[in-house]
Design a protein around this ligand. Structure first.
Ligand code: BDP
Length: 700
């Protein structure tokens, strides 16, 4: 067991009643129509039938008895469904499904019905999941539909197969061998995504290479789009704003220049000639050196709308990232996206989505939600999470990210209405936006187990589940994943779940407790680097922690950068008060004295130290809990995870020791007595060098 099968490693059912029921359903399968998606469903039934109940499905050509399992769209089944039921199913949106028993002419059939073929595929995956998790009930009905329209993976994959911030090997897109060679992984990848309801993928890095828009590369992308289509997955590509100059021979990329407009129109038309259902472009502009409309004194809206207009006749979507900040602007980086985008609210075309990271800085272990959520009211906003663990231990650490994402999704924004939450804005229920998006920066690569750390598969899974339904709990998602990955073993599963649910808080504690942020090693972001200084200020740690002899933290209240004013008054007011702000965000918004009294009664210095130490203790507990499972988990996966947890414990100690020794040079206070003495001194930790840390941007 090396993890290649992901959560689709259908393990034999032991429960005899369930086995009989499932066997019986597999013994008579009838499809009410034919299409490429149903061919995929058939394949999935063949794989799962054999593995779950050791039986090949029997596909019948006659609809009536002895068929048992009926599959089709609502329209295809209209003759056997009551009117009321058809209406109910229709309400489930275009990607929704219904499954349950249907009585027809004296017999009962089990039916899986979608509004479209892909709904049937989603319904079948959900049904198979209910079998894997032993929750299937032959007699009960279940219906579901995705709350978010575009459920999307963003690959940061370069055309040379390196992956920016990738920790699981190289890119799975073998551009060199495409279009001629189809790697079987492409299919496994599509299958895994479809099993979660992921319906869009952007194949290339946001730090884009214009070459992807050349005819040769369009032919390559077409092969992937054709493969993914029956799985309900649309392909997007990243568009480099300067492409008109790089591959179009123009002297400018000014979005208002007629030749530039015509370049993009022609390129887009050409793209659609290869991929008729092409999703659209994803653009990073005027951010971290990427070209954009500002070079021509044009706004983000002018840049985005020009591309959106090229896509609109084909039904395409333009996704424009809000991750913009510049060190030339003397303004807290936290504020820059709102300063740019709030004045443009309402100026973007209907087919534009602004893709906003979950927090205003950059995928930190814990960030308060991005203030664009709630501040912008007439623009489509999409969420961008990072599945790859750039700032969260990369591929050596087990950090289950659902609790972090949920914390953001569940937060109240108090705007547009007093009950609004981030999830409600993202899924449109609070914002009324029709075009909704949740994107996740992928953690997938060529490693056999796809994600480097086997447990990081749970983050791909959790992202997909939350994009489908942002109101699911981290715990239920973990339970599903564990059962589907490790099988039905109540004792060990409870322990794995405990490890997963503790892991995010553990990492926050040993990396960036109490609102500290961006204190990782320079450029690779691996390990601690609170001392990083020099060069561009907003890429140093000192810019963010602001430790000095008086205290620590970034003052973002009205006595400081006043970033807090970008939130609704309910938040700004209470978070401006250090006694009211949740302590987990304290130093994000406040610079406080080392002897500041925390709610626990400890001084701030002692509290910081105890949080770091608690992080180490939690990591050790995760390791010992895992090790107690020896013999209950297959040896290959047991050892893989056990070894990585040993590294995680060392890294947690390293983080604690390095950060505390460094901050102590400012606080000038002793460690609380219970803290272990660090192994090395500060100079030792500062001297550590990682020239080959994975996932580094080649040019940084
Ligand atoms: C940062 C990464 C950088 C990405 C950038 C982005 O360090 O590699 O290019 O985000 O999101 O987190 O564009």
């Amino acid at each position: 067991k090396d993890g290649y099968e992901l959560w689709l490693d259908y393990q034999p059912i032991s429960n005899p009643q369930l086995r009989n029921e499932v066997s019986s359903l597999f013994s008579g399968v009838y499809f009410f129509g034919q299409n490429p998606t149903f061919d995929i469903v058939k394949k999935e039934l063949a794989i799962s039938g054999l593995k779950l109940v050791n039986q090949d499905p029997v596909f019948r050509t006659e609809r009536l008895n002895p068929t048992k399992l009926w599959l089709g769209t609502r329209e295809q089944l209209s003759q056997v469904l009551g009117l009321q039921q058809q209406v109910e199913i229709q309400k489930l949106d275009e990607d929704g499904y219904w499954r349950g028993p249907i009585d027809f002419q004296g017999n009962t059939y089990y039916a899986i019905i979608g509004n479209k073929p892909v709904g049937v595929l989603y319904g079948v995956f959900d049904w198979l999941k209910s079998i894997q998790t032993e929750t299937f009930n032959l007699k009960s009905e279940k219906s579901d539909y995705p709350k978010v329209k575009l459920r999307m993976l963003n690959h940061w994959d370069n055309l040379d197969r390196t992956v920016e911030r990738g920790y699981a090997g190289f890119s799975i897109w073998d551009w060199h061998k495409l279009p001629g060679y189809i790697d079987p992984r492409y299919i496994e990848y599509a299958r895994a995504n479809a099993s979660l309801g992921i319906n869009a993928v952007s194949l290339t890095n946001v730090n884009a290479n214009a070459r992807i828009l050349t005819t040769d590369f369009m032919k390559k992308a077409k092969v992937l789009a054709d493969l993914f289509r029956p799985y309900g997955i649309k392909v997007f590509l990243t568009a480099r704003f300067s492409a008109p100059m790089e591959i179009g021979g123009l002297k400018t990329a000014d979005p208002l220049d007629p030749e530039v407009i015509s370049f993009w129109k022609k390129k887009t038309d050409e793209m659609y000639s290869f991929i008729p259902d092409f999703g659209g472009f994803l653009v990073k502009a005027n951010s971290e050196g990427q070209p954009g409309p500002h070079e021509y004194k044009r706004t983000h809206a002018e840049g985005a709308n020009m591309l959106a207009d090229a896509l609109a006749p084909h039904g395409g979507i333009l996704i424009w990232r809000a991750f913009v900040y510049s060190h030339e602007i003397d303004e807290d980086r936290h504020k820059q996206a709102n300063l740019e985008f709030v004045p443009l609210d309402g100026k973007f075309r209907d087919n534009v989505i602004i893709q906003v990271k979950n927090g205003a800085i950059d995928f930190q272990p814990r960030e308060p939600f991005h203030p664009l959520f709630g501040a912008v009211k007439n623009t489509n906003l999409g969420m961008e999470f990072q599945i790859t663990q750039e700032y969260l231990g990369q591929a050596t650490q087990l950090v289950y990210l659902a609790p972090m994402w949920k914390e953001v999704l569940d937060t109240k924004t108090y705007s547009p209405s007093s009950n609004s939450t981030v999830a409600g804005i993202v899924d449109g229920s609070d914002s009324n936006q029709k075009l909704t998006l949740m994107a996740g920066v992928s953690n997938i690569g060529t490693d056999r187990n796809w994600t480097g750390h086997l447990m990081a598969q749970s983050n791909w899974f959790a992202f997909g589940r939350l994009a489908w339904d942002p109101y699911l709990s981290s715990e239920e998602i973990a339970s599903e994943w564990i059962k589907m990955t490790f099988g039905q073993k109540p004792d060990s599963n409870a322990k794995i779940k405990e490890i997963m649910l503790d892991s995010h808080e553990a990492a926050v504690n040993y990396m960036t407790p109490l609102g500290l942020h961006h204190i990782m090693g320079r450029s690779h972001h691996y390990g601690p680097g609170p001392w990083v200084e020099g060069g561009r200020a907003d890429w140093t740690s000192l810019y963010y922690h602001r430790a000095d002899s008086l205290g620590i933290g970034f003052d973002r209240t009205d006595s400081g950068s006043n970033a807090l004013a970008q939130y609704a008054p309910e938040i700004a007011n209470s978070w401006s008060d250090p006694t009211q702000i949740p302590e987990k965000y304290l130093l994000w918004f406040h610079h406080l004295p080392w002897d500041y009294r925390m709610k626990s009664g400890n001084t701030l210095w002692n509290e910081i130290a105890l949080h770091y130490d608690q992080g180490v203790k939690s990591a050790r507990k995760m390791k010992s809990t895992w090790d107690s499972l020896e013999g209950q988990i297959d040896p290959e996966r047991f050892s893989h995870i056990s070894q990585l947890l040993a590294i995680q414990v060392q890294e947690a100690e390293w983080w604690r020791n390095a950060c505390l020794l460094y901050f102590q040079t400012f606080s000038n206070r002793p460690f609380p007595s219970e803290i272990e003495k660090p192994e090395g001194d500060l100079e030792y930790y500062k001297s550590l060098d990682f020239p080959f840390a994975p996932g580094i941007r080649p040019r940084w």
